[in-house]
Design a protein around this ligand. Structure first.
Ligand SMILES: Cc1ncc(COP(=O)(O)O)c(C=O)c1O
Length: 400
């Protein structure tokens, strides 16, 4: 019997749940794209996007997913043959480096494994060994959505500074913007990429490249700049049409406006970080509890301080992750995220990972509903687990 015929819950790590208000804001006829309401509304997005990233730098909006932002970041600031240092903590920074290879970027990967953050001392050492300063930039994901590792961006910046190396510092916040604390200017990040479909609660289709003065300076000598991806007109053009390299993503802009109203003007960015941190701790309390007493389920990242506040990757054995996911999908009405990049697709090990997305439009009943569904799956499937997980989660929540 399925008990899943109520409102379905998406607990995947993006696209995240879209608020009804955002959906409603998009439900309208096509607007004029040359003057009037849409043009005025779009002008208000830039300052709010900067507030979310805590920067006074520039931001360009693309009609693209996160891969588009990756490519835009590289084509605007690199030349063919440039070398970059990739800090791999799962799948996504590696993916960014690989994405650059087809346009002539040469990535060198330092792999910190699938369960640990990038080690600042190792970064400092690698930069000090690069006496010829061949690395143009360092690429890292704040949250690696595959492993759910959270990298310590200020500590990595401190390591770059200590090494005296001039490399630019690029951070992928596609999974973390609006969820994890991030302060682009104070933390010395030169370029940041983000997408609208996770912490920004808008349907996939917009992505963002943020650049400070150093990144804008790099744009002046980059030989990979192309007409479509060039971020300069997107940041500065007076003609609305040129801001998007063509027709504007009309309905997405209305949706994003509504989402930023919620995030920036109603909740407040710092409160959103605190909400994500508290709800993440509740999820970890449950997961760590399931893993106690010989339980066959544990967080992929052992140390809570290294875990993302936006997504939690969970490891089981014997293919149990897939069984839990399928039970939750069919019987509970909850969709959990598949394992990604942690093992060969389809292998037994691949079936041992699943992920809970906890980003964006998320509150206590959503978290407790997801945890309660997983708890029921563990019981229904006879998977060994510690008891008291829901109690542990609600205790964390009640401390707020
Ligand atoms: C950290 C991170 N970087 C990059 C991407 C790629 O973004 P997209 O799938 O929107 O192209 C994702 C997608 O999940 C991500 O989580």
């Amino acid at each position: 019997m399925s008990l899943g015929y109520g409102r379905r819950l998406m607990s995947i790590p993006g696209p995240s749940v879209i608020p009804e208000r955002v959906l409603n804001a998009m439900h309208r006829p096509s607007p004029n794209i040359y003057a009037g309401e849409l043009v005025d509304l779009t002008a208000t997005l830039y300052p709010d996007l900067k507030t979310v990233a805590q920067t006074k730098g520039q931001v360009a909006i693309y009609i693209a997913n996160g891969h588009g932002a990756w490519e835009a970041a590289m084509t605007n600031t690199f030349s063919r043959g440039d070398k970059v240092l990739v800090l791999a903590t799962g799948r996504f920074a590696i993916g960014w480096g690989e994405w650059g290879q087809k346009i002539g970027i040469e990535p060198t990967v330092i792999d910190f494994g699938p369960s640990s953050p990038a080690n600042p001392a190792k970064l400092q050492e690698a930069l000090q060994n690069d006496t010829a300063h061949k690395y143009k930039a360092i690429l890292v994901a704040q949250t690696d959505t595959a492993s759910s590792v959270q990298n310590d961006i200020p500590a990595l910046r401190a390591a770059i500074d200590a090494s005296g190396h001039p490399a630019l510092f690029y951070v992928d916040c596609i999974a973390s913007l609006g969820c994890e604390k991030f302060m682009m200017d104070d933390w010395g990040v030169d370029l940041m990429v983000a997408g609208c479909q996770k912490g920004l609660m808008t349907p996939p289709g917009l992505s963002f490249v943020y650049a400070n003065d150093r990144a804008l300076e790099a744009r002046k000598t980059a030989d990979l700049v192309t007409s479509y991806w060039d971020f300069i007109p997107r940041m500065n053009a007076d003609v609305f049409y040129q801001k998007f390299g063509g027709t504007a993503p009309t309905h997405h802009l209305y949706g994003l406006r509504e989402a930023l109203d919620i995030l920036v003007h109603e909740e407040g960015v710092e409160n959103a970080w605190a909400r994500h941190a508290r709800l993440a701790k509740a999820i970890w309390a449950a997961v760590d509890n399931w893993g106690s007493d010989g339980g066959d389920i544990k967080a992929n990242v052992p140390d809570q301080k290294d875990r993302s506040c936006a997504v939690t990757c969970i490891k089981t054995t014997n293919g149990n992750a897939t069984r839990i996911r399928e039970w939750c999908e069919k019987t509970a009405g909850v969709t959990l995220g598949i394992g990604l990049g942690m093992a060969e697709h389809g292998s037994l090990e691949w079936h041992d990972y699943f992920r809970i997305g906890h980003m964006g439009h998320l509150n206590i009943p959503m978290v407790m509903g997801t945890l309660g569904s997983i708890d029921s799956a563990l019981k229904a499937l006879d998977i060994p687990h510690g008891t008291g997980a829901l109690e542990a989660a609600s205790s964390v929540i009640s401390q707020s």
